[in-house]
Design a protein around this ligand. Structure first.
Ligand code: SF4
Ligand code: SF4
Length: 226
């Protein structure tokens, strides 16, 4: 499972590229192939070509495939969207039909739906929205995250609501939050500056510690972590 890789500008020989491709192909679920889909060649930012998100790669023959298939770079040989990897996703999730591709990112911490900016409401349609909500329920249990991206516009999907974070800059990141309100925890999400992450982690650790102390000090509590 992979997110779109950063540019690897090293020049590889064709033999090296084919070996890399053979290894990467092991990620593909049986029976899956891109076929006429080229959605990632449009939606993703591809640093190797300095291609911005949401614009077709200049090498793409739309609806036919890659115009430089034999010599395409490593980044194009090693990326597979989640539909290519997960045999449990139905044909409706094929990206050229869904108008978005799914991707497992941040070492499994986030399931992202990257939407074609030409169809920005695709994720709200059915069956996609219900699937995203169902996965958000699982994500809440696993402390992971489900997010929709339309270019850099991010929407975090939670079991009970969606949080529109607006544009998330390249110097920012999305973090999931869990806040104690009375006797229950409320899930949320916010964007923070990447530089601020360490300070935030300390704040969250302190908040967790306060909650644990409340449990211990609650009258009648015999809660004991050891
Ligand atoms: S979005 Fe997925 S199915 Fe479509 S071309 Fe990219 S990897 Fe292949
Ligand atoms: S080089 Fe080919 S595979 Fe790579 S992004 Fe462009 S069209 Fe897609």
């Amino acid at each position: 499972m992979s997110e779109f890789p950063e540019a690897d500008l090293k020049e590889y020989s064709l033999a090296e590229l084919k070996a890399i491709e053979a290894e990467a192909d092991k990620q593909i679920a049986p029976g899956r192939s891109c076929g006429s889909c080229s959605m990632c060649c449009k939606i993703a930012r591809i640093d190797y070509f300095q291609k911005p998100p949401g614009q077709w790669c200049p090498h793409c023959n739309i609806g036919k495939g890659c115009g430089m298939y034999e010599t395409r770079p490593k980044v194009c040989r090693t990326f597979f969207c989640h539909w290519m990897q997960n045999p449990n996703l139905g044909p409706e999730w094929k990206p050229d039909k869904a108008k978005m591709y799914l991707c497992v990112e941040l070492s499994g911490q986030r399931l992202a739906a990257h939407v074609d900016p030409a169809s920005p409401g695709a994720w709200r349609k059915e069956p996609y929205y219900s699937d995203l909500k169902r996965w958000a329920v699982q994500a809440a249990k696993n402390e992971t995250q489900v997010s929709v991206f339309i270019d850099r516009h991010a929407i975090v999907i939670l079991p009970d609501r969606d949080i529109d974070l607006g544009i998330v800059g390249r110097d920012e990141m999305i973090v999931s939050t869990k806040e104690k309100q009375g006797d229950r925890f409320v899930l949320g999400a916010e964007k923070i500056k990447r530089d601020d992450y360490e300070r935030k982690q300390k704040e969250w650790a302190a908040a967790r510690q306060r909650v644990e102390m409340e449990k211990i000090q609650k009258p009648g509590s015999d809660w004991n972590p050891s």
